[in-house]
Write a protein that binds this ligand. Structure first.
Ligand SMILES: [Mn+2]
Length: 349
């Protein structure tokens, strides 16, 4: 692939994620092949507390300026560009006037990328884990509030079937939509999807791996009632609490994740609020007592070898960030770690 980034310097030029070449993936460049597309989903109109994640994609890109796909990830001993071609497709147009329309826009944009071929992995003689046996690009999405995971999972499902979800978050996000009141005028069932209920829809649609092969990691939010945990198990998740790390360490957390997902294809969705607000304050629904960025990196490194078919980093709301961009930098680094894991493990069967 001949396209170059805008600049090789971290402090100048137009910004793309980790200096990946920018492409017009849904326009003039739609015939250019790559292995991983980074896309932005600027969406914050289904959040329950403080909005601002429509600025997340560009915030995370700004936070990634000192990262580079051509630089070595030292703990993982990997240079991403040695293995895969990564591009930054920019942001998907998402309307701010109607969530249903906005999420549909993201669903179509994502599916459009996923159905294409790849640049490098295709040259191997091995078979892909995709249902059609072919290699397809992987998409790493920069959110956006967490609702965006629902349309993204629909795309992944079409290519790979149901996937095991590893969900880093302080909240369950499996709530029934009608836990929010419709008021005296509307039946509660008319309440649409939000950033707290998208997994409930995903389960209804059969997008999640069966037999409870999905896991939340870092959970510590409050509940409406203990029945929320029963509902969560029905949706298909195991729960690893944030405080578990005191007892079992990061190795114990990793062991539990790997036990739950087994050999399944994996989708990683990372809500930045999994990290303690002391290290990642700029998010919609902060909860104290979270992981440190160092702990998160160790846990992500423990996922080395899993077949990651897609990922998103969500709930980064730069308007609440510190002047030194602490949250955006954390989010960009986690995206970079996941990208490195993708580079290391091809989706071969
Ligand atoms: Mn959350």
């Amino acid at each position: 692939m001949s396209r170059q980034s805008w600049t090789r310097q971290s402090w100048s030029g137009l910004v793309s994620f980790a200096r990946a070449p920018p492409l017009r993936c849904w326009g003039d460049d739609e015939d250019v092949a790559y292995d991983v597309a980074v896309i932005g989903a600027p969406f914050d109109t289904a959040t329950s507390y403080r909005p601002g994640t429509r600025f997340g994609p560009n915030g995370i890109r700004q936070g990634s300026r000192r990262l580079g796909i051509e630089r070595i990830n030292v703990p993982l001993k990997t240079r991403i560009s040695d293995h895969i071609d990564v591009v930054d497709c920019g942001d998907v147009p998402m309307v701010y006037t109607d969530n249903k329309v906005a999420l549909r826009q993201l669903e179509l944009a994502n599916k459009d990328l996923l159905k294409r071929g790849v640049s490098r992995a295709a040259t191997t003689s091995t078979k892909s884990i995709a249902l059609d046996g072919k290699f397809h690009p992987r998409v790493l999405t920069l959110g956006g509030d967490h609702t965006i995971t629902l349309p993204l999972l629909r795309g992944v499902y079409d290519i790979y079937g149901p996937v095991s979800v590893i969900h880093f978050d302080s909240h369950l996000d499996t709530w029934k939509p009608h836990n929010v009141s419709g008021g005296p005028w509307l039946p509660d069932e008319e309440i649409p999807v939000s950033h707290g209920s998208y997994f409930w829809y995903a389960a209804q649609e059969g997008l999640l791996a069966p037999n409870q092969a999905n896991i939340h990691v870092g959970i510590r939010g409050g509940l409406n009632g203990w029945e929320d945990y029963d509902n969560d198990a029905d949706v298909g998740f195991h729960i690893s609490h944030a405080w578990d790390i005191e007892e079992v360490g990061y190795k114990g957390i990793v062991e539990r994740i790997r036990e739950v997902v087994g050999e399944n294809p994996v989708y990683i969705t990372l809500d930045i609020d999994v990290v303690d607000p002391g290290m990642a304050p700029a998010t919609g629904t902060p909860e104290i007592g979270g992981f440190s960025t160092r702990e998160m990196k160790k846990i992500l490194h423990g996922l080395d070898g899993l077949k990651i078919v897609g990922a998103d980093i969500v709930e980064v709301a730069p308007p609440y960030d510190t002047q030194d961009e602490i949250t955006s930098i954390a989010a960009a680094n986690f995206a970079f770690e996941i990208l490195t894991l993708m580079a290391k493990t091809p989706l071969t069967s």
